[in-house]
Design a protein around this ligand. Structure first.
Ligand code: PHE
Length: 341
């Protein structure tokens, strides 16, 4: 009997349950009504009196050891359960939401302009930012050494003056003419690069959206009508446009397009410098030299082209006075345009 009790004592000390159910089964097995301890008590009654003292002490030791061990194990299991519950957290609490970003105002305006022209049948064309001289200048009627090349201060790739960062997205129009026959109707949005001092109204990196329309019988009147539609869609129904003569190597005649100032309604204010007009883009009839350089019969086809800075349109549309804000990535600034989504 002594041996049996000692074996049970060892079992009690070594027992490590994996679950509360396992612990409970163990408790019943040792301390339960039909458990080992009660069986020992029954047997105890039958042992000779001189053994009772020693055996009684042993049985008591087993009882205390089992009770204590079971209590400690129960606490340990409870602690482990609490811990894993707190790792998951309170399942009934409302979830924490992820911060959702907003579209950049330049993307918003770009998409809006693309959408307006897509209603007139234009599709979007894109091209590389690192270009060669042909696509940025030569194919667009800029002769070598011509001073017009200085109109756009260019970043060249060192050692190779033929490779440069595009100064306008007109290069995409050249690429379009290379592989597409008229009718051509494309808008070309993209990032452009000019070696200019950074200020509130200029940056060395900015975005342009240019357009090209070539077909039989395309006239200056068609251009004016399209650009007027664009201006009203972007700046509001009451917007008027005017055109002033200008010069670009790739268009003849060329013009600058102004819109009536949407802040003062044309009366004159600090934004339009008292003139009532704001300059928004350049445009013109595609020079026959450009058509011919790109394999298009200038006797059969004519076309117009236009180009604008997206930052400038966005500044005028949203009343932003400093162009640099668009590049600083201050989320507080950028998020304000969210509602325009
Ligand atoms: N490419 C000109 C520029 O970047 C804009 C323009 C495009 C002007 C098409 C006329 C026609 O300044």
């Amino acid at each position: 009997m002594i041996e049996k009790i000692e074996k049970l004592l060892q079992q009690v000390e070594a027992f490590t349950p994996q679950s509360a159910a396992e612990l409970e089964n163990f408790r019943i097995k040792i301390l339960g009504k039909k458990g080992e301890l009660n069986a020992l008590m029954a047997e105890f009654k039958t042992v000779p009196a001189e053994q009772k003292r020693e055996l009684g002490q042993l049985i008591n030791r087993l009882k205390t050891a089992a009770t204590e061990r079971i209590n400690t194990l129960r606490e340990q299991l409870q602690d482990a359960a609490d811990e894993s519950a707190s790792a998951i957290g309170d399942m009934t609490r409302p979830g924490s939401s992820e911060h959702i970003g907003s579209r950049h105002p330049i993307s918003l305006v770009k998409n809006e302009i693309v959408e307006v022209f897509s209603r007139l049948g234009y599709t979007v064309a894109e091209g590389p930012e690192i270009e060669d001289d042909w696509h940025v200048f030569s194919a667009l009627n800029f002769p070598p050494e011509h001073p017009a090349r200085d109109m756009q201060d260019t970043f060249f790739v060192e050692k190779n003056p033929d490779i440069l960062l595009r100064t306008h997205t007109s290069s995409i129009q050249v690429r379009t003419m290379e592989h597409q026959k008229p009718p051509i109707r494309v808008v070309c949005p993209g990032r452009v690069f000019r070696n200019e001092a950074i200020s509130y109204r200029a940056h060395c990196i900015f975005h342009q959206l240019e357009g090209l329309y070539i077909d039989e019988g395309v006239s200056f009147a068609d251009m004016k009508q399209s650009l007027q539609y664009f201006a009203k869609e972007i700046f509001g129904e009451n917007t008027a446009i005017r055109m002033r003569p200008s010069y670009f190597p790739f268009t003849e005649p060329s013009a600058e397009v102004d819109v009536s100032c949407n802040l003062c309604g044309g009366k004159g204010c600090p934004v339009c410098k008292g003139t009532g007009w704001l300059e928004i883009m350049g445009c013109g009839m595609v020079d026959p030299n450009v058509l011919e350089s790109n394999g298009i019969d200038s006797k059969k086809y004519s076309g117009f082209a236009f180009g604008m800075g997206i930052e400038r349109i966005a500044m005028l549309k949203y009343g932003v006075k400093d162009l640099r804000l668009y590049f600083e990535n201050d989320v507080r600034f950028l998020e304000q345009f969210n509602k325009a989504l």
